[in-house]
Design a protein around this ligand. Structure first.
Ligand SMILES: Nc1ncnc2c1ncn2[C@@H]1O[C@H](COP(=O)(O)OP(=O)(O)OP(=O)(O)O)[C@@H](O)[C@H]1O
Ligand SMILES: [Zn+2]
Length: 726
């Protein structure tokens, strides 16, 4: 009999699986985790289905090494294996690197720590103290409680518990391990839905029941209650004993989401994001695989969880750029979620008030089914937006809040309502320059200005993280005290708010403040509770928050994102401003919004002011179509980088000449990237554009096969469907 072999994919920068001998007596199936030798090391790999190694090198069985051990870890389910293959083919990332994303959190949780609980025995204590009495009182209901919980609930120290155990008044019992998440109850608090909500919910529920792939766009205006509505589909999946995945763009910030889930289903969902401890993630992963965890709310990496029976995927705020991963394997989590849903034969719901152009086009073509929620829940109105023309009624020099906006903020504060000022610039000032010689402070390793962060007293590069204290004299001309900030960031804007409205409680919300997620959650909560009068925030505040007391929104510089030659600039600006404005007027107070701009006649500003969303999409879709931009054409970016400028340029030029010539495929560039130097590496960019129904990944693979060899420290990064054009 010929020796048995298996193919094992390793989580390394390799595309093909390697063959290994299977020792006698060892049985493995695709998806199983195994230990295999690689060189002198032993590494973890995954048994891969055979079809994938067709192109691999045939090795004589005699030279093959043997699988060392089959690991007692959760295997990858078939639809996840197919997703990994699909993603590797589509993004051109090595299959092993895609696998790595699915394995990164897959450590074994180890033995669960034993939890000890206590309960009353009926024996009276030898002696009574006030603390003991409180504890006994707490436990009088007869329920078992964890030792620490019992102490906390009674307000006594844990030693009091130990004392009573020693006395025989309490007995210690071993508690079963705590699950990663308790089962959500689909009938815990069923809301009364409005008519449009009920119709949309019914369609999604039917899709869950159908157990078939289908894409729905839940297209609801800000505050229409999209969450409540898709929760009904989640409830249906739970009722059917299946699992649901809810992707959120910034899960670390969405305490409010978890609270709402808890209100609806009685318990929290399992959370999955980088803020969750490794140990906890391992536990979640195991229980997702066993099927015990019914609902996961997570960041994009949750896409790679080994669901046992995935019945529904929700992508909330589907337009959010945070879904795109730009380093390592470049992929768009929304698009890959659609792929995973297809592979799992499950329905998927994309929710947004400002759908991406791609999704909107799919809905218009009927490929996605649109479920519309045209009005806010409870009758509140979506706020109107008025332009403030900075050319005519701008603020005085050195200030950024125009007089009209200032007056509006005053009115708002007098009425006891909250105001939000939006500026998508972190830090104090985007540029620092020397008053004497004009020297500009720039990052030593990027083509970028250093941004002053006054709270932290540092100049920071937002691209590479470089930091330095603000120097006391100009590094170029030595003039003392000559460095001045130019332009506003949120920190500087807050200073202006404090000057203009000294009695207002102002708060900066930005993703880079000290204190991390915990602080952010606490601050968002404070805003929602009304403990803050004026919020000054970056795009962080645009994301789905519900601030009931917020009446006024001022967009301080609506032009920030426009005019960088970025094909998505108009779309992004529209989405961001519309979403920010959508935070106002959700409670009792009527909402108002103001946008400060130098170009009120710009189509984006006009669409925002007239509130004519469809007109904006019409124009934007038409211009994309005319320019053959996605989704009317396909696009990929190739970024060539090297530590020396001429090396990067030379390679980019040779790469361009090596491109296979195919009618309708256009190579744009190479050109120096707008972010010409990043972390000390010089960058050149090529863009490839093809018709829509063209296999662009196949073309790119063909190109890569004939491209000049990558030598020295040259790197070529491929980004299919690029979102950023820096
Ligand atoms: N059927 C309902 N019953 C009770 N409350 C509801 C219902 N639908 C929505 N709400 C409430 O209305 C508010 C707005 O809903 P939600 O935040 O889900 O809107 P949204 O569509 O997600 O908005 P955005 O796109 O701005 O994030 C929330 O406070 C929500 O609890
Ligand atoms: Zn830098």
């Amino acid at each position: 009999m010929s020796p048995r072999t298996v193919d094992v994919l390793l989580p390394l920068g390799l595309d093909a699986a390697y063959s290994y001998l299977l020792p006698e007596g060892m049985e493995v199936s695709p998806g199983d985790l195994v230990h295999v030798p690689l060189g002198t090391k032993s590494v973890i790999g995954v048994v891969w289905p055979r079809a994938q190694v067709a192109g691999g090198k045939a090795v004589e069985a005699g030279k093959l090494k043997a699988v060392k051990a089959k690991l007692d870890y959760v295997p990858l389910p078939p639809d996840l294996i197919r997703l990994i293959d699909w993603m590797a083919d589509y993004t051109l990332a090595p299959r092993g690197m895609v696998l790595r994303m699915a394995l990164r959190h897959g450590e074994s949780p180890g033995a669960a720590r034993e939890r000890v609980g206590v309960r009353l025995t009926g024996t009276a204590p030898a002696r009574m103290t006030a603390a003991r009495a409180r504890l006994l009182d707490t436990l009088a209901d007869g329920f078992v409680r964890g030792k620490t919980e019992a102490a906390r609930e009674a307000g006594v120290s844990p030693s009091v518990v130990d004392g009573l155990v020693d006395d025989g008044t309490l007995e210690a019992v071993v508690l079963p391990p705590e699950p990663a998440a308790y089962p959500p109850d689909p009938d815990h608090a069923v809301p009364e839905l409005s008519q449009p909500q009920a119709e949309a919910a019914a369609a999604m529920v039917a899709a869950v029941k159908a157990k078939a792939f289908a894409v729905h766009l839940l297209d609801g205006v800000t505050g229409s209650g999209k969450t409540e509505t898709y929760f009904e589909a989640v409830a249906e999946a739970i009722r059917a004993g299946r699992q649901a995945l809810i992707l959120l763009p910034e899960i670390a910030l969405t305490q409010a989401f978890l609270d709402r889930f808890t209100e609806r289903f009685g318990v929290k969902p399992a959370e999955w994001h980088s803020g969750v401890s490794t140990r906890r993630r391992a536990k979640v992963l195991n229980e997702v695989a066993s099927g015990a965890v019914k609902v996961v709310a997570g960041a994009r990496s949750a896409l790679f969880l080994p669901f046992r029976d995935l019945g529904l995927i929700i992508v909330d705020e589907e337009h959010d750029p945070a879904y795109k991963q730009e380093d390592g394997v470049c992929y768009h989590a929304r698009d890959m979620a659609v792929v995973r849903a297809r592979l799992a034969s499950a329905p998927i719901v994309l929710a947004s008030a400002t759908p991406s152009i791609e999704t909107e086009v799919n809905a218009r073509r009927g490929r996605y089914r649109r479920l519309a929620l045209p009005v806010r829940f409870g009758g509140a109105k979506v706020p109107g937006l008025s332009p403030i023309d900075l050319r005519k009624e701008g603020p005085p020099r050195g200030r950024w809040i125009a007089p009209r906006l200032e007056a509006e903020i005053n009115t708002t504060l007098e009425a006891g309502e909250q105001a939000l000022l939006f500026l998508n610039r972190r830090g104090y000032a985007p540029l620092t320059l020397c008053r004497s010689c004009g020297h500009r402070m720039r990052c030593p390793s990027c083509t970028a200005w250093l941004v002053e962060h006054r709270f932290r007293r540092r100049l920071t590069c937002h691209h590479c993280g470089y930091q330095a204290p603000v120097p006391e004299k100009c590094p170029a001309c030595d003039a003392p005290d000559s460095l001045v900030p130019v332009g506003p960031g949120v920190e500087r804007l807050q200073e202006e708010v404090q000057t203009l409205f000294p009695n207002a409680r102002a708060l900066v919300l930005s993703s880079d403040l000290l204190g991390g997620v915990e602080r952010m959650r606490a601050e968002l909560d404070a805003v929602a509770k009304g403990d803050v009068d004026v919020v000054v925030g970056t795009q962080l505040v645009a994301k789905g928050h519900n601030f009931p007391g917020l009446a006024l929104v001022g967009v301080v510089d609506a032009d920030v994102g426009l005019g960088h030659g970025d094909p998505r600039a108009a779309e992004r600006t529209f989405q961001l401003v519309h979403q920010v404005a959508g935070r106002a007027g959700r409670g009792k107070a009527e909402g108002r919004g103001f946008i400060q701009t130098h170009m009120p006649e710009h189509p984006v500003m006009r669409a925002l002011v007239t509130g004519d969303r469809d007109a904006f999409y019409d124009v934007e879709i038409a211009s994309r179509e005319e320019a053959h931009l996605p989704p009317f054409g396909r696009m990929a970016a190739l970024i060539v980088s090297a530590s020396e400028a001429h090396v990067a340029e030379g390679h980019a030029r040779r790469l361009a000449t090596s491109a296979p010539i195919v009618p309708d495929v256009r190579i744009l560039g190479p050109a120096e990237a707008p972010l010409a130097i990043l972390r000390g590496r010089h960058r050149w960019r090529l863009l490839v554009r093809s018709p829509r129904n063209f296999d662009l990944p196949a073309y790119l693979r063909e190109w890569r096969a004939v491209a000049p060899k990558v030598t020295g420290n040259i790197k070529v990064a491929i980004d299919v469907d690029p979102q950023s054009f820096l």
